[in-house]
Unconditional design. Structure first.
Length: 383
């Protein structure tokens, strides 16, 4: 049975949000272009044809706009943006809650917006999606806080906690695509009590995705990695934020940990850099130098050069995660973390120890594969 999905994005008018929204606008007129990039709609999948209508809405800072985001970051072609611009500007984007409020006060404000959305989109299932920038502090000091204690925290400092709490209280799944570790124990407990799915953390889109693929291949061949140097340059808001060390700490730690996890041992000489370079805009360039040792103790080396569009890689993953979170919550009656979604994240959360690329792909395919159905049927069903 097809589901109508309302994607509710936090940071809705950033590069990734603008790209998702463009895809949502284009889906009715060109379903093949969009559905062909979704894992959930590939052959064979029990989720083929599960998409009814998709709508996009969310929250962003007052004064932000899709136009400004596109002009600054150019996440996709100007021709495509011109084709969708008028419809994008009609999307329902709420102003973010007043920063000076407490978390509890912000939660109440967001819940009012969610209730309005439920009334307006009565035949849609809502999914919360966190695509805010990285935070510049550690959440570690707050891991033992009760929900009541979290409510008293400053909404200005914790920009995303109010959203996840509001969505869980309203009974909807939440996807955390950011590196911010917002899944505090009290919030996980709330998700389980409310029967809500949590997906996260930190989307694995470009360099880190390929790092896991290649590291898994090294491990499969018993080739020992001696050192791995990784550098990224990008010129979007993400790059500007992560160029500051205090904002980049969670992201770099998670980029570093995936290598050790995939290999099964710690690489002492593993260097990760993220540099902001404005002319690149949303076009990411990543470069890796990998030194490894093989038979007879002989040293060898590999170079990997990646040129990609950051938001174009992220957008279909987030649409897939929206589909999968609804499937797990409403069809499988799951709540809390879903470890089978490890493929999507740098820091996958859940009980299963899915570290290598092979393990992550196999776990996801075991969930979504069926013996019938095709991508062509999915497109036909949508149209």
């Amino acid at each position: 049975m097809s589901e109508n999905i309302l994607m509710c994005a936090v940071g809705a008018q950033g590069s990734i949000g603008t790209t998702i929204a463009a895809g949502v606008v284009l889906l009715p007129s060109n379903p093949e272009m969009i559905l062909s990039t979704l894992i959930t709609q590939q052959r064979p999948s029990k989720l083929h044809g599960c998409i009814g209508a998709i709508e996009y809405c969310g929250w962003d800072l007052e004064g932000n706009s899709f136009d400004d985001s596109f002009d600054k970051n150019s996440p996709f072609s100007r021709e495509t943006y011109s084709a969708v611009r008028n419809q994008l500007n009609n999307k329902m984007i709420f102003p973010s809650p007043i920063p000076d409020l407490t978390i509890h006060e912000q939660v109440n404000s967001i819940r009012k917006d969610i209730k309005f959305l439920r009334e307006k989109f009565q035949n849609f299932k809502l999914v919360g999606i966190n695509i805010l920038p990285a935070a510049n502090f550690s959440y570690e000091d707050y891991k033992d806080y009760s929900l009541e204690e979290i409510y008293k925290l400053s909404g200005k400092k914790f920009q995303d906690l109010a959203y996840i709490i509001a969505f869980l209280l309203e009974g909807f799944p939440f996807v955390n695509f950011t590196p911010n570790p917002i899944e505090l124990p009290a919030i996980v407990k709330l998700a389980e009590e409310k029967g809500c799915v949590l997906c996260g953390r930190d989307g694995k889109t470009g360099q880190t995705y390929w790092k896991v693929v290649i590291a898994s291949a090294f491990a499969a061949r018993s080739l020992t990695v001696e050192g791995w140097y990784s550098t990224n340059i990008l010129g979007n808001n993400d790059g500007q934020t992560l160029n500051q060390p205090n904002f980049a700490v969670n992201k770099i730690n998670q980029k570093s940990q995936v290598l050790n996890d995939a290999l099964g041992y710690e690489v002492d000489d593993h260097i990760v850099r993220i540099d902001y370079y404005r002319p690149r805009k949303d076009n990411k360039e990543a470069y890796d130098v990998i030194d490894y040792k093989g038979f007879l103790g002989e040293n060898m080396s590999m170079r990997v050069s990646l040129l990609c569009k950051d938001s174009v890689l992220a957008a279909p993953m987030i649409i897939d995660l929206a589909i999968l979170s609804l499937y797990f919550q409403y069809q499988n009656k799951k709540s809390g973390f879903i470890p089978e979604l490890s493929l999507f994240f740098k820091c996958p959360l859940g009980g299963k120890n899915l570290k290598t690329f092979q393990e992550q792909v196999s776990a996801l395919q075991a969930i979504i594969k069926s013996n019938k159905g095709s991508q062509e049927e999915a497109i036909k069903n949508y149209a």
